[in-house]
Design a binder for this molecule. Structure first.
Ligand SMILES: NC(=O)c1ccc[n+]([C@@H]2O[C@H](COP(=O)([O-])OP(=O)(O)OC[C@H]3O[C@@H](n4cnc5c(N)ncnc54)[C@H](O)[C@@H]3O)[C@@H](O)[C@H]2O)c1
Ligand SMILES: Nc1ncnc2c1ncn2[C@@H]1O[C@H](COP(=O)(O)OP(=O)(O)OP(=O)(O)O)[C@@H](O)[C@H]1O
Length: 500
């Protein structure tokens, strides 16, 4: 058999003529129809009423499913159009901003294109074009590549399945460690800090001074932190910040690197500040658990020295984008979103004492109805957070997928699911629900869902790149060992009974 242009095997190529193909098709169709007709006429003879009823049910069911699917498709397409408009708005805002503000604002387009490239995937050709643009505009540019032990080439192999003489084989796995190489040195760092912590404040003062004096970097902090620094000393007046949401929206165009000082919550905070592309994050651990914070703050100079030189191992953490579709919305513009989450979106019963009643659909197929305390739709990064507490599996953060984890379901057989990354999930509060439901995003921003309202959730095109201490897998395993004491058990002693 010979493969076709798109790589599929042409199963008809063994037949010699068009006539033979036609005969084959006719033959199999007739056989199929014959079998069904015989079954059907027998059923009609013995159970005419039951057959008529069944036929009516099928027709009604099909019509309502079709109407539902059409409605859902309409809403989905409107949302997509709105998303596109939003993206275009960000781009045009960038153009406007570049006329108004500082010397580096001209890099906006290049940075946006660059981040786009990270979001979609790493393409060598696009990478080269972007790096030329970045060099031209004077921004730090970098290149992401998949690498594996013993392989010199950093070119990502896309063909993971091959067909050899009709046999399907998996040729190359794509889930290798991602590596970031700076093509020009980073110039601007954003430092984000956990509020109300003395140790974080002291470290921040020290780090800002070191980055400015030793590394000659531009430094951005949040407005709150700038005030804190200036209260400490007027020396810190070189530190930059932003004035309003409009400037915040463009922060990714100015910042080469983000440093977080806090726990996992500070990484979630950092991610939530970027509604689009996110610059690479270096998370220092100053919290209690630290699943996403592999760097020790005591060694921040060595760590940052090595990060600023590169290359850096990166975990590309997928995010979910969520929209709330209000039943009462007069137009699509009254709906809410997109809200992006790095851990999870949770729909729960809030203060209501009634069971939730959540109808769940996956790409228009009915999944199930959640009757219990609620439902968690989690990323794989969030699999070690709330989803884990609700009985979900722990999943390596580089695995692309969406976890579907019920919270205290009132059923003995409701096991958590992991769905592929490309699906769109829809959770509806049905009109016959006894109460409202509540939705929260990475544990924040609670919103009410009334009967008829729906939450729509899919994988976002903007992942969060976090730097690794060693690599994705070692960091993940270390976090579940150190953070959760996963499968910690005293080793059984050698002395005692044993099979000879
Ligand atoms: N029952 C639970 O386990 C539960 C309940 C509510 C919220 N949460 C989690 O808290 C997160 C919000 O974090 P916060 O710091 O703003 O709130 P927080 O200050 O209440 O901290 C929650 C805890 O969850 C840990 N955590 C956060 N993200 C994690 C991750 N990806 N893997 C492992 N542990 C993680 C944090 O280290 C912290 O110890 C939510 O996204 C949710 O996942 C968990
Ligand atoms: N820059 C910030 N501005 C406002 N809130 C923040 C900021 N950074 C973190 N937070 C919030 O502060 C809370 C605690 O932060 P974080 O989780 O980093 O510290 P922690 O609770 O001490 O550490 P851990 O989560 O490891 O126990 C989180 O809810 C987070 O959203």
């Amino acid at each position: 058999m010979s493969p076709t242009e798109n790589g599929c095997v042409d199963s008809f190529s063994v037949l010699n003529s068009e006539q033979e193909v036609q005969e084959l098709i006719q033959d199999s169709l007739l056989h199929g129809i014959d079998d069904h007709l015989i079954e059907f006429s027998e059923a009609l003879r013995s159970e005419p009423l039951a057959v008529a009823k069944a036929l009516r049910r099928v027709t009604e069911g099909k019509a309502s499913a079709q109407a539902e699917a059409a409605e859902w498709k309409r809403k989905y397409e409107l949302e997509r159009a709105r998303n596109l408009q939003l993206e275009q708005k960000v781009l045009s805002l960038g153009g406007h901003f570049s006329e108004l503000t500082d010397e580096r604002a001209g890099n906006l387009e290049a940075r946006t294109v660059l981040s786009d490239a990270i979001a979609i995937n790493v393409s060598c050709a696009v990478g080269k074009m972007i790096s030329t643009l970045m060099k031209f505009f004077g921004m730090a540019s970098f290149k992401l590549s998949w690498c594996c032990k013993g392989e010199k080439s950093d070119r990502h192999k896309h063909d993971i399945v091959s067909f050899e003489k009709g046999n399907i084989t998996t040729a190359e796995r794509s889930s290798k460690q991602i590596s970031l190489k700076w093509e020009s040195p980073p110039q601007t760092v954003l430092i984000l800090t956990k509020p109300n912590s003395t140790s974080v404040r002291i470290l921040c003062l020290e780090m800002v001074r070191w980055l400015k004096e030793q590394k000659k970097l531009n430094i951005f902090v949040e407005p709150r932190v700038k005030t804190e620094l200036l209260t400490e000393s007027s020396y810190y007046s070189f530190v930059q910040t932003w004035l309003d949401d409009k400037e915040l929206l463009l922060l990714h165009t100015k910042v080469d690197l983000i440093v977080t000082l806090g726990g996992d919550g500070t990484v979630l905070w950092a991610a939530s500040m970027f509604k689009g592309p996110v610059p690479p994050i270096v998370p220092f651990s100053l919290g209690s658990l630290g699943f996403m914070t592999p760097f020790y703050s005591e060694h921040y100079r060595e760590c940052l020295n090595s990060i600023l030189c590169g290359p850096i191992s990166i975990t590309l953490r997928h995010r979910l984008q969520c929209h709330i579709i209000r039943d009462e919305a007069k137009s699509e513009y009254e709906n809410e979103g997109p809200m992006l989450v790095l851990n999870e979106v949770t729909i729960d019963r809030g203060i209501s004492s009634f069971l939730t009643n959540l109808e769940c659909y996956c790409d228009n197929s009915f999944v199930t109805c959640v009757q219990g305390d609620g439902l968690i739709l989690s990323t794989t990064s969030g699999s070690t957070a709330y989803s884990l507490a609700a009985g979900g599996s722990m999943v390596h953060p580089q695995v692309p997928g969406i976890l579907f984890t019920p919270i205290c379901p009132h059923s003995l057989s409701f096991r958590p699911l992991i769905l592929p990354e490309h699906v769109t999930l829809r959770v509806v509060v049905p009109f016959n629900s006894r109460s409202q439901a509540w939705v929260s995003f990475d544990g924040k921003g609670r919103k009410q869902l009334a009967p008829g309202d729906a939450l729509v959730c899919s994988m976002a095109p903007w992942p969060v790149p976090t730097a690794c201490q060693v690599d994705s897998t070692s960091d993940f395993l270390r976090s579940i060992h150190d953070g959760l004491h996963w499968n910690l058990r005293k080793t059984q002693s050698f002395d005692g009974p044993r099979d000879c």
